[in-house]
Design a protein around this ligand. Structure first.
Ligand code: HEM
Length: 159
């Protein structure tokens, strides 16, 4: 950190826990929960015929919670992204930014912005879910929170 509210860009590499929290948040709540693709030609996928022009859905929401890919998948556990806990996990088990030729062109920028946002805010404030508020994810093109996300914000001592 440089001064109040300023972040030294090189600090990014020294915030592996913030990165794991971000990765785990996007695993359980992928901002794009479903990615649509149209078959350019007749094809076959895992033995299923896919005719040309068929619309297929790749669903990070389901893949990220698949029991064959993740241990205890509904539990929020940033440490599952530690290198030693990621050994053997298929590359396509985690795809918040999609994959392949149409991967999100701004993934690196988005990660950097989010890490700055999380670290600046979490350093100064403590966020708690408002009493009695239930978080209900709502899938549209992007993932939303149905009826908002009500939080109690408290300034940290010295923050
Ligand atoms: C957490 C933040 C973000 C997530 C999770 C995300 C995720 C994605 C995903 C899943 C796709 C593929 C969509 C598809 O093919 O149907 C995509 C594509 C794209 N994203 Fe992002 N994105 C994020 C932030 C951004 C930002 C900040 C920008 C621009 C400033 C951006 C620009 C784009 C563009 C231009 C494409 C289309 C790439 C192409 O089709 O060649 N994204 N993003």
């Amino acid at each position: 950190m440089l001064g109040s509210g300023q972040i030294d860009p090189s600090a990014m590499t020294r915030m592996p826990y913030v990165r794991r929290v971000l990765d785990e948040s996007m695993r359980l709540y992928p901002p794009i929960p479903a990615i649509m693709r149209m078959a350019a030609q007749d094809d076959e996928l895992c033995g299923v015929k896919v005719p040309a022009n068929a619309v297929t859905l790749v669903m990070p929401w389901i893949i990220h919670r698949h029991r064959k890919l993740w241990t205890d998948p509904d539990r929020f556990d940033p440490d599952r992204f530690l290198p030693e806990n990621s050994v053997g996990r298929p590359r396509l088990a985690y795809l918040p930014f999609a994959m392949g030729p149409r991967v999100c062109i701004a993934a690196a920028v988005a990660i950097q912005q989010l890490m700055i946002g999380i670290s600046v805010l979490a350093r100064k404030f403590r966020f708690r879910l408002a009493d009695g508020h239930e978080v209900r994810p709502a899938g549209a093109v992007s993932l939303r929170v149905h009826e908002g996300l009500y939080m109690t914000v408290e300034r940290r001592r010295g923050g």
